[in-house]
Write a protein that binds this ligand. Structure first.
Ligand SMILES: N#[N+]C[C@@H]1[C@@H](O)[C@H](O)[C@@H](O)[C@@H]2O[C@H]12
Length: 448
């Protein structure tokens, strides 16, 4: 096999990623409690065509077959999430043994196939019972999350080497509590900013709980970060870009790695909150030392001042060549973000825990699912990741989103991100052209 022109270090972690609510189904089986996404997806008008995660990819029953596909792909690691309501149905209180048993079998199945587990404790499926008492607007939820983290670690900590506390706190807080496009469907900026803090506090408390539990694995968090550029050098556009960078990036990176909210946060959010929810010691807890940091990358924004709200607002300039989810394709943004995190925030090892392209995939007459656009997307983003690596960024892994087509939140089953195609009526999995291509990347440990 010719040496790849873009070669990654030996031991580089090539993975694939999923999340519990998006693939498991079996939402009322074996003692699982309800989550905010069960409630939200069953709310008329909340999700495209009324799609829900009730069945999804039926992974709860098909997990052995899915692990075999991961083995065939040749991945070194698999990023999955644990459904909090499957383990502690009410979010606090009694543990559901059958829920823990499922993840116990899953982890052993991965290890038997030579695949390293990377476990996300929270990928948006908050137990509904906790939402009923305020959810992330209630500081108590952070404590309950730490207790849940201890329970999961107590059962799986001896075999799971990589732990991510949260997936994308921005989306949980802002998309779920300000924009209302995600569960719990709240539209209240004060609640959203409070949720930001309580999610980060939950992260900090969970890190402490994992350490107290003798965590020998590596502990981290995954944030979705965006590359943000002013649409012009007009000072109003430059200021708008800085505000969006605060809102999407620095509101997470600064607390996590500098133990402080950005200096412009108080003024920016002053109309809705005075940050009274921050208590002594919170930020030191949030900035607990980590072992690695996960970066999800999807968007590069061109930002202009919002004429309707020139002081606080921003306007994302639409991309010239939008994807089916109306975002542009900018692999250079991934390198930019990795460089920024490594240079401005932390020397920790970094993992690209998600990047991917939504398409309306289909099988042609020959049965081939020719997702060449997705191959080009991953080729570009892997090259960008390699560029960052050659500049000294301590990148240790790359996890395409997603292993298989799945429930894409408010878009339901209307778009597909998988490198495996899922025919939902039959639940048949079919490798797309990108799956075979990615298997080659893994074998070569790089790109031709
Ligand atoms: N959009 N999109 C696809 C993908 C979503 O399916 C994941 O669950 C999230 O972690 C993140 O938003 C990214």
């Amino acid at each position: 096999m010719p040496e790849p022109s873009v070669r990654f270090p030996d031991g580089f972690l090539w993975g694939a990623a999923t999340a519990a609510y998006q693939i498991e189904g079996a939402v009322a089986e074996d003692g699982r409690g309800s989550s905010i996404w069960d409630t939200f997806s069953h709310t008329p008008g909340a999700v495209l065509r009324g799609d829900t995660g009730d069945i999804a990819c039926d992974h709860y029953h098909r997990w052995r077959e899915d692990l075999d596909l991961l083995r065939d792909l040749g991945v070194g690691a698999y990023r999955f999430s644990v459904a909090w309501p499957r383990v502690i149905p009410a979010g606090t209180g009694p543990v559901n043994p059958a829920g823990l048993d499922f993840y116990d079998r899953l982890v052993d199945g991965l290890l038997e196939r030579g695949i390293t587990p990377m476990l996300t404790l929270y990928h948006w499926d908050l137990p509904q019972a906790l939402q009923d008492t305020g959810g992330w607007a209630n500081r108590d939820t952070a404590e309950h999350f730490a207790d849940y983290a201890s329970v999961v670690h107590g059962r799986l900590g001896d075999r799971v080497p990589y732990w991510l506390t949260l997936n994308e706190p921005y989306c949980s807080a802002v998309v779920g509590h300000l924009e209302g496009r995600h569960a719990p469907g709240v539209r209240d900026e004060r609640v959203a900013v409070t949720a930001v803090h309580h999610l980060l506090l939950a992260h900090g408390k969970a890190v402490a709980a994992l350490r107290a539990g003798g965590a020998t694995g590596q502990v981290g968090i995954t944030c979705n970060l965006t590359s943000v550029h002013p649409a012009s050098d007009d000072p109003a556009d430059v200021a708008a870009a800085r505000r969006l960078d605060l809102h999407e990036n620095r509101m997470y990176l600064d607390p996590l790695f500098r133990a402080a909210y950005p200096e412009d946060a108080a003024a920016h959010y002053a109309p809705v909150t005075d940050f009274g929810f921050v208590r002594d010691g919170d930020l030191q807890l949030i900035a607990a030392p980590l072992d690695f940091f996960g970066v999800n990358y999807y968007e590069r924004h061109h930002v202009a001042a919002d004429p309707a709200d020139p002081v606080r607002g921003w306007r994302r300039v639409p991309p010239e060549h939008p994807t089916v989810t109306d975002i542009g394709i900018h692999p250079e943004g991934l390198a930019e973000i990795l460089d920024r995190v490594a240079k401005e925030y932390t020397p920790l090892p970094l993992v690209v825990t998600e990047t991917g392209l939504a398409l309306h995939d289909y099988a042609g007459p020959d049965g081939e699912i020719a997702d060449d656009e997705r191959i080009a997307f991953f080729d570009g983003h892997i090259r960008a990741a390699h560029d960052a690596l050659t500049r000294g960024v301590p990148l240790i892994g790359f996890f395409p989103w997603s292993f298989m087509d799945n429930f894409e939140w408010a878009s339901g089953y209307g778009v597909r991100y998988g490198i495996y195609y899922v025919d939902y009526p039959t639940q048949r999995r079919t490798p797309k052209r990108s799956a075979r291509w990615y298997a080659g990347v893994i074998r070569a440990n790089g790109l031709e």
